[in-house]
Design a binder for this molecule. Structure first.
Ligand code: NAD
Ligand code: ISE
Length: 335
């Protein structure tokens, strides 16, 4: 079966995913795209050989679309995911599943009422080879009991529209998911310590931010998040256990040894750093849809991450204060 995918949102990642689906992913075609920026949708549709739909609603309802990829801006995700569930169609929703816990819960409740999983959330780091090795070391018991998880997440720059709260809802949400996934525990508190500000950020943006989480068993996890780090895209993770450590390092693109200098290249952005993970995520999703199964991070994972980042926004407003995180009990559909 060829899965005919409809894409909502043809911005940076919608286009990147579309190019992979049209050219690299086995068993998939891009049937159509839509974007509130019609000209942009037409440009991408022409490149991918896809149709242009007038609205996301029309795309979701179309008999020519088997499954939907949501890659529009975050606040639109929950309504589109709900429409996909109502239409009985599989959906891969870019992070975040929703920008409020209430909306994320509506998606979980709709899926539970539907009775089977249709929603996957784009936490692609779970498909990254390096993170996979760290997870395998933990699961094999190699590091013993996990005690601490240290993360680094640095972007070279962000646009002026990026706010201090988006550190949580747009960026640190990735670490929220990886911490939950690596440890198998829910996060129970979040605290933000704002360091000295970089002169390279817009005045409205607290940058960098240092974030500390605790989990159910008392694991301490930290994120050094820096939106305007200038030098490149740098994502690292070290798990400290009772018997040893497991570390994710930047994959090396190239190294030159010249004039007394040993220079290692690091990725310029997330598209390069996580390109293979996006590919693996899309292939796994398409294969799952073809089998009638939703694979990958679930609506529950999307809800749990939004819950933590919503409390994280509160923590940004109250620097130094730990903010408690408590959600609903996990429904049986996700156990
Ligand atoms: P972008 O601004 O480049 O693209 C967003 C697109 O959505 C724009 O073309 C915009 O016109 C369109 N849009 C806005 N409202 C819409 C609506 N109601 N219906 C249809 N289209 C609409 O942003 P981006 O960087 O591509 O990010 C899109 C989403 O993907 C965000 O949720 C972001 O968090 C996520 N993202 C994930 C990763 C990752 O690593 N997994 C990386 C980048 C972005
Ligand atoms: C972006 O939306 C992503 O999801 C990237 O993976 C992340 O590194 C970046 O900080 C976000 O803005």
């Amino acid at each position: 079966m060829t899965v005919r995918v409809g894409i909502i949102g043809t911005g940076l990642i919608g286009t990147d995913h579309g190019q992979k689906l049209a050219r690299q992913i086995a068993g998939a075609t891009v049937a159509g795209v839509t974007d509130v920026n019609r000209a942009r949708a037409e440009e991408v549709a022409a490149e991918l050989g896809a149709a242009v739909f007038d609205s996301a609603e029309a795309l979701i309802a179309s008999p020519d679309v088997d499954a939907v990829l949501i890659a529009s801006v975050g606040p639109t995700h929950a309504e589109y995911a709900l429409a996909c569930i109502a239409a009985g169609k599989h959906v891969l929703c870019e992070k975040p599943l929703a920008t409020t816990t209430a909306d994320a819960l509506r998606v979980v409740e709709a899926e539970v009422a539907h009775g089977r999983r249709l929603v996957a959330v784009g936490f692609m780091r779970r498909l990254d080879a390096g993170y996979g090795q760290v997870k395998a070391a933990i699961d094999a018991g190699d590091v013993g009991e996990v005690l601490m998880v240290h993360n680094v997440h640095r972007n070279p720059t962000v646009p002026e529209s990026y706010t201090s709260f988006m550190t949580m809802t747009d960026s640190v949400i990735h670490e929220v998911d990886t911490i939950r996934w690596l440890t198998g525990e829910e996060i129970t508190s979040i605290q933000v310590l704002p360091p000295k500000r970089t002169p390279r950020a817009y005045p409205h943006l607290q940058d960098p931010q240092f974030v500390a989480f605790t989990t159910e068993s008392g694991i301490l996890a930290t994120v050094d998040f820096f939106a305007n780090a200038q030098y490149g895209y740098d994502v690292r993770c070290e798990v400290v256990g009772s018997e040893g450590t497991a570390s994710l390092v930047n994959p090396t693109l190239s190294t030159t040894v010249l004039a007394g200098m040993d220079t290692t290249e690091i990725p310029p952005d997330w598209r390069v750093r996580f390109g293979a993970a996006y590919h693996a995520e899309l292939q796994a999703w398409v294969d799952g849809v073809a089998r009638g199964e939703a694979v990958g991070p679930s609506a529950w994972d999307g809800y749990a991450a939004t819950l933590v980042t919503e409390r994280g926004v509160e923590a940004v407003r109250t620097p130094g204060q730990p903010v408690a995180v408590a959600g609903i009990e996990k429904p049986p559909l996700y156990r």
